[in-house]
Write a protein that binds this ligand. Structure first.
Ligand code: NAP
Length: 259
């Protein structure tokens, strides 16, 4: 399907690996020029090269921490007038809420709530003036069904979700859509580090925990970041202009509810 966004410009945050990389690759395949970001320069440059080689689009790599004001300024300065913004950052660590103090909470809220809100604030009115904008936030299935050991993520992402619910409607008449994609379990470094955490606590091998986790999903497997990226690219398409303020689960059927 021609997504109608060839020649558009996108910022994809936290995109050297995993889900962010999947989104960047799928947007590039649709002909979108990219500014991609991550902290580690080597992996980021390698991803930028892979995307250029695979698609021929222009990819600008900006190595910085997107959860800092300076990082966000650098990324925004590299893009000029973005048509598409994909918000993403590393997820907070797992643990027991009894061990987290106010500083831990501030870090999680800064990364997974304030950072995407600040980026939306920076771009949304320009998109509206130009009559087209697509904003996609990578959140988590934990927004719909909380995961006990990911309390920092459950809390911070719920705040972003509430903000998006209101703001997406406030800007809908300007041609800008804002949606959240809620990943279930995707085979990325982040997922594997969660199994390592559980292995450490339980003494069970991480591979065994991973196999059991995959079997517990109705699709009987983890998701592929490419599948995630394709949904993101669709939400950024011309065709998806009437989808806004939504929370789209992509989880192999793992969430058990009817709605
Ligand atoms: P991943 O494979 O570990 O990749 C994370 C990417 O983000 C890397 O490119 C990393 O590069 C970059 N990054 C991390 N912190 C950053 C920062 N402060 N500034 C800029 N870039 C940063 O993780 P993932 O699985 O794709 O997860 C992406 C998001 O989805 C996370 O918030 C995660 O919690 C959430 N999520 C994932 C799953 C899943 O199953 N994978 C499920 C639910 C939610 P550098 O480290 O070099 O910066």
């Amino acid at each position: 399907m021609d997504l109608g966004i060839a020649g558009r410009k996108a910022i994809v945050c936290a995109a050297s690996k995993g889900l962010g990389r999947g989104c960047a690759m799928s947007l590039a395949a649709a002909g979108v020029d990219l500014v991609i970001n991550a902290r580690g320069e080597e992996a980021l440059e390698a991803t930028a090269r892979d995307i250029r080689d695979a698609t021929g689009v222009t990819v600008t790599a900006v190595a910085c921490d997107i959860t800092t004001a300076e990082g966000r300024e650098k990324v925004l300065a590299a893009c000029g007038e973005p048509d598409i913004l994909v918000n993403n950052a590393g997820g907070p660590p797992p643990g027991d809420f009894r061990d987290w103090d106010a500083a831990d909470w501030r870090k999680a809220v800064e990364a997974n709530m304030i950072t995407p809100i600040e980026l939306i604030r920076a771009v949304v009115d320009g998109m509206g003036r130009r009559g087209f904008g697509r904003i996609v936030n990578i959140t988590s299935s934990a927004v719909k069904a909380p995961i006990a050991e990911l309390g920092l993520s459950n809390g911070a992402r719920a705040g972003l979700t509430g903000f998006v619910a209101g703001t997406s409607r406030a800007v809908a008449s300007t041609g800008v859509t804002i949606n959240n994609i809620l990943p279930g379990r995707f085979d990325t470094d982040r997922l594997r580090s969660g199994f390592a955490f559980k292995a450490q606590k339980s003494g069970q091998p991480a591979e065994e925990i991973a196999r059991a986790a995959a079997r517990s999903i109705p699709a009987n497997r983890f998701g592929d970041p490419h599948e995630f990226g394709e949904l993101c690219a669709y939400l950024c398409s011309v065709q998806a202009g009437y989808i806004t303020g939504q929370n789209l689960l992509i989880d192999g059927g793992n969430y058990p509810g009817t709605l």
